[in-house]
Design a protein around this ligand. Structure first.
Ligand code: PLI
Length: 475
């Protein structure tokens, strides 16, 4: 049978113009931004692959829903529609809306972590771990070893290593473990999924030791798609069905609705336990807003309710992940070192291998994001030592096994031609990688330093050792 191509299940009704810049303008913009792509102005960016967070294009139905915002302070109709959508799609009993994912992480960490406790999980995420640490906890990683090998082709590299989990429970003692933090499509590992069989196994062992599991449901829909496509026995099930089963194996979730759920702002905490939910509803009023809006406008909740239902439609998810795969395949074909298999929300380039001449303490991934921006105006994100930050106990830099940059694909925003231009720029850079110099950090914020840290090249005035002689792909 001939395999047919996928195409987007939508057509474009409105466009947003992009400003074209010259290479000289980009050199100057990145210098002013302290060689940190987070500090660029978006008007200086051509193709913005910084993040898939809050950058989705909303549908006409979502925009129409915005007009149905009930902006009552208490008891907004949109809250109840959101509650129904979350119950239908994720299946949890109690919903506490928050302004975005980290609002939910803050609440969960305050509610469930006592100082000195540990949180186990399948790889850290930056904001999630920061809130666990602020609450006095420490994160312990029990992800499988395959997650740290960009070339390992295992289909579920987000899986928990059950042996590591059992060892951690034995060495810390169940009483010292606040909960298990279960990541889906593990972001820092390259968007790698976890299998349903693995979630069931984690549930079984945690239940035996009375350890609750809280899901980070931020990209759980995309994870459910990988389960359908890759896990034996799952191909006939719907995304909705698989997602409901994942959630049913956990005690609640935090979620950034800015990803899967196709909105520009929003998040939520879900809990099954009545008493814990009551406490969360009480505390949310201190930090986010009343428990029926959690920092969101009524219109935001309406857009989220609609986005949640759109997110599980198979045509949408197939095209979304298909586009990521398309870019990944262009780079794989050209021999660019990326994390494989291609994950759900972006392409992760192995910067340590891309720039092997740069030592880790010169932040090769950070340098590569700058070089890419200068070359073509494509904005990527560092996901290596800068993101990993410092050990909260020793203050030493953490050098994670993976030193990556992420080309993150916003949902329903860019075309295949944008992917082609991006791939051409990456491939061109790979061919003159030795021209890229390292960076030193000149200013380091205390929390989540990757957002606001500033850098300078270790030599010269640019991340390029010398201006390339040949023409580039300036858009
Ligand atoms: O950015 P928030 O506060 O809505 O969500 C935080 C958050 C929680 N979990 C996971 C897995 C995330 O990826 C996440 C945010 N991610 C961002 C901003 C990203 O660029 O990946």
């Amino acid at each position: 049978m001939i395999r047919r191509s996928w195409a987007e299940p939508f057509k474009i009704k409105m466009v947003e113009h992009l400003r074209m810049t010259t290479r000289a303008e980009r050199e100057s913009a990145i210098r002013e931004a302290g060689y940190n792509t987070f500090l660029l102005r978006s008007e200086d960016v051509y193709i913005d692959l910084l993040t898939d967070s809050g950058t989705s294009a909303m549908s006409d139905r979502q925009w129409a829903g915005m007009m149905l915002g009930d902006e009552a302070y208490a008891g907004s109709a949109n809250y109840y529609r959101l509650e129904r959508a979350v119950r239908d799609v994720y299946g949890y009993k109690h919903l506490i809306p928050t302004h975005q994912g980290r609002g939910a992480e803050h609440l969960l960490s305050r509610l469930c972590i006592k100082p000195g406790q540990v949180v186990l999980g399948n790889m850290y995420f930056t904001t999630t771990r920061a809130h666990q640490e602020l609450a006095g906890g420490r994160f312990v990683d029990v992800i499988c070893d395959e997650a740290n090998d960009p070339d390992d082709l295992s289909p579920f590299k987000g899986n928990v290593d059950i042996k590591k989990l059992a060892n951690a429970i034995e060495s810390y003692g169940a009483g010292r473990i606040a909960y298990f933090c279960l990541q889906c499509n593990v972001n820092m590992a390259g968007g790698q999924p976890i299998s349903l069989a693995n979630v069931r196994a984690v549930r079984e062992i945690c239940q035996r030791h009375d350890i609750p599991i809280y899901l980070d449901a931020t990209r759980a829909v995309e994870n459910a798609y990988f389960i359908k496509m890759r896990e034996p026995g799952q191909s006939d099930r719907s995304i909705e069905d698989i997602l409901l089963e994942i959630c049913s194996l956990t005690d609640g979730c935090t979620c950034s609705a800015k990803k899967d759920a196709l909105v520009n702002i929003g998040g939520f905490l879900c809990l099954n336990d009545d008493a814990l939910a009551e406490e969360a509803r009480n505390q949310v009023v201190l930090f986010e807003g009343l428990h029926t809006y959690g920092g969101l406008a009524g219109r935001d909740m309406e857009a989220m309710a609609i986005g949640i239902r759109e997110s599980v439609q198979i045509d949408h998810i197939r095209a979304r992940i298909g586009q990521v795969e398309y870019l990944g395949n262009l780079l794989i074909k050209a021999g660019v070192p990326i994390v494989r298999p291609v994950g759900g929300h972006g392409i992760f380039i192995d910067a340590a291998r891309f720039l092997p001449h740069l030592p880790r303490d010169q932040f090769p991934a950070q340098s590569l994001t700058c070089a890419l921006y200068i070359d073509s105006g494509v904005r990527a994100m560092e996901r290596g030592a800068v993101s990993a930050g410092r050990d909260p106990d020793t203050g030493e830099n953490i050098f994670p096994e993976l030193e990556l940059i992420r080309l993150t694909i916003p949902r329903r925003v860019y075309t295949q031609a944008h992917m082609d231009v991006t791939a051409e720029s990456v491939i061109d850079l790979r061919d003159r990688a030795e021209e890229v110099v390292g960076l030193r950090m000149t200013s380091e914020p205390r929390y989540l330093r990757f957002f606001q840290a500033r850098f300078e090249p270790v030599e010269g005035q640019s991340v390029f050792r010398r201006m390339p002689a040949r023409a580039t792909v300036s858009p």
